[in-house]
Design a protein around this ligand. Sequence first.
Ligand SMILES: Nc1ncnc2c1ncn2[C@@H]1O[C@H](COP(=O)(O)OP(=O)(O)OP(=O)(O)O)[C@@H](O)[C@H]1O
Length: 441
Amino acid sequence: MTEAPPTTEEQALADDRPIVIRASNLGKAYTSFASPLQRLRSVLFGRDLSQGSFWALRDFSLDVRKGDVLGVVGQNGAGKSTLLQMLCSTLKPSTGTLEVEGRIAALLELGAGFNPDFSGRDNLLLNGPLLGLTREQLQDRLESIIEFSGIGPFIDQPVKTYSSGMFVRLAFALATSVDPDILVVDEALSVGDGEFARKSFDRILKMKERGTTILFCSHALYQVEAFCTRVVWLDKGQVRAMGAPHEVVREYMLFLAAQSAPALAVSAPAVVQGDTSAKAAQAGPAVHVDTPTSTPGYAQITRVETSINGVVSDQLTCESGVQCTLRVTIEFESDPALPTPAAGMTFEIGTLMILSSVVSKSDGVVLQRDKNGRGTATMRFDSIPLRKGEYVLSAYLGTPDALHFYTEAKRIATLTVVDARPEPGAIDLPHTWELSPGHNR
Ligand SMILES: Nc1ncnc2c1ncn2[C@@H]1O[C@H](COP(=O)(O)OP(=O)(O)OP(=O)(O)O)[C@@H](O)[C@H]1O
C-alpha cells in the first residue's frame, strides 16, 4: 500500500527551522460608527454613539519559520493589512499574543517617517538609525542606497519636490538596505517605473534566496503562487484556508470565479495600455501602442497582432473540426542594457477566469532582441482545443523571471469558437472511446 503524502501540518512538524513569528489567537476589533462625524461626536462629547464593534481580524494563529515566504491573499477588507500591521507591531492587537524573533523591515507605509522639508540625504541619515542601521552601517551603505534609488542629483533637494515615484524609490532603497530577518511587503512593488519594479523584485528575490523570512500580501495571484512557499487566504477577518500556494490560490480563484459567475459575459475587445487605450483600440486588428522610447530602463509592448490561418483580425473565429492556426505576435522595445524581458499571454473567459496562459520563461524560451532592444515574439497555436464560446486574449511583457509584468495589452482580441455540438464546457479534452458489447468483468 502506498503511503499518503505528508500533510502541510505534518511537514511543518518535521521542519526543524526555527520559528520566527508565533501568533496565537490574534484579533483586532474596531468600533464602527454610522459616519466619521458620529465618531468625532463620540470622542468630543464622551458619549458612546457607536454601532458596536466588528472584527477586522479574528482568531488568527500561525507559526512562521525562518525562510518561509508567506503569501496573504483575500478580497478588499479581508484583514490582510490589519494582519501585516499587527505582525510588524505598528498596530496593537485587541486579543492574542505575538512573538517575533529578529529585525523586521516593513514595506507598508514607505517613507512614513520622512520629513518633506529635508533633503533625501538628510532623510536617509535621520531614518536609517530608526530602522536599525548603526551610524557606521549607514555611512557605508549611503551611496549604494542613493544609487539603488536612482534619485541622482535630486538627493540633495527637499523630498517635497520629489514625484511620488521618486519618494517611494528612496524609501524602498532605505527600508531594504537594513538586512532584515523578516521582510513585510504589501503590494509595494507595483510602484515606480518598470525598471525600478524589476530592480526591487530582484532585490526581494535575493533576500528570499538568502533565507530572509518574507510576508507578502498581493492581489496578483500569479505572483503569490510563483513566489511564496505558503499562502494564507483571509475572508472577512478569518482564515479561510492555509497551506501550499497552488492549493490555496486554486481554492481562492474558484471562490472568486463562483462569485463572479453571473457576470461571465465577454465584453468587446479593447486594449488597455496606459493612457493610449483609446487610440490603440481604434488602430484596427494590429494594435499599436505608443511607448516612451527615450526612457532608460523600460520595456514596453509597442504592437500586437492576432491572426487565424494568416488572416489578421482582432475578431477571430475558429470552427471546431476545421484546422485553425492562431498566431499572437508581440512587438516590443526594451532598454538593451537590461536583461531580456519575458512575454506571455492569457485566454480568459469573462474577467476573472483565466482559462490558459503561455509564458516564455516557463517554456524555456528567451526572446530575441536587436542591439536597440527591439524584438518580435509570436506564439503559434496549431490547434485550439476549445469548445464553443468567446475567449478573450491578452498579452504581457515582464521581468525575465516573469514575476512582475511591465506592461499589459489587455483584451487585444476575442476568439469565437463555433461548434455545432450542443453540450456545454470550455475545453475539448483529447479522448478516445473503448467499447465492447456486454460487461467485461
Ligand atoms: N482604523 C480603522 N478603523 C475602523 N475600521 C478599520 C480601520 N482599519 C481597517 N478597518 C476595517 O477593517 C477591515 C479590514 O481592513 P484591512 O485594511 O485589513 O483589509 P485588507 O484585506 O488589507 O483590504 P485591501 O485589500 O483593500 O487593502 C475593513 O473592513 C476595514 O474597513
